[in-house]
Design a protein around this ligand. Structure first.
Ligand SMILES: Nc1ncnc2c1ncn2[C@@H]1O[C@H](COP(=O)(O)OP(=O)(O)OP(=O)(O)O)[C@@H](O)[C@H]1O
Length: 127
């Protein structure tokens, strides 16, 4: 077995993939304005969750929403970069791909806001 094929398996490959994922995350956080907004909003929501001492179930929902939002924004950037790599010309398919990816983020963000209001409502107005 060559060195190369051994490197493609096992722990080293896993560590390398993890490194690439962290590079991807850093790239999107530093370059994408929308991701900066998500990071800021998540920070505020986590502070509010600590402040209001929300229940364990509510924490699970809040963390799932934050993870989902981050993941969708990362995928949105992946779609945008891939489309830009394929063509720099205007093309209806490029538009549909980018718009659909952006819509995925928007749909999730709208539901996250509604769920956030449902969770924090009672803490803000009745505590
Ligand atoms: N190659 C293209 N052909 C047709 N329409 C495009 C193309 N590239 C972008 N568009 C349209 O312009 C919009 C903005 O594109 P852009 O690449 O600036 O993405 P963005 O959503 O503004 O991303 P960013 O978060 O990087 O600002 C897209 O959502 C799409 O509707």
């Amino acid at each position: 077995m060559s060195m190369d094929s051994r490197d493609k398996r096992g722990i080293r490959r896993l560590v390398r993939s993890f490194g690439y994922a962290i590079e991807g995350f850093k790239y999107v956080v530093t370059k994408e304005a929308n991701m900066k907004i998500h990071v800021f909003a998540s920070f505020v929501v986590i502070l509010a969750s600590l402040w209001f001492r929300i229940s364990l179930t509510e924490w699970l929902v809040v963390l799932l929403l934050i993870a989902g939002m981050f993941s969708l924004e990362l995928m949105n950037t992946a779609v945008e970069k891939t489309v830009d790599l394929i063509t720099t010309k205007r093309h209806p398919l490029a538009k549909h791909a980018k718009d659909a990816a952006a819509a995925a983020v928007l749909v999730y963000a709208c539901f996250a806001v509604v769920i956030g209001i449902l969770i924090f409502w009672k803490y803000i107005f009745f505590s």
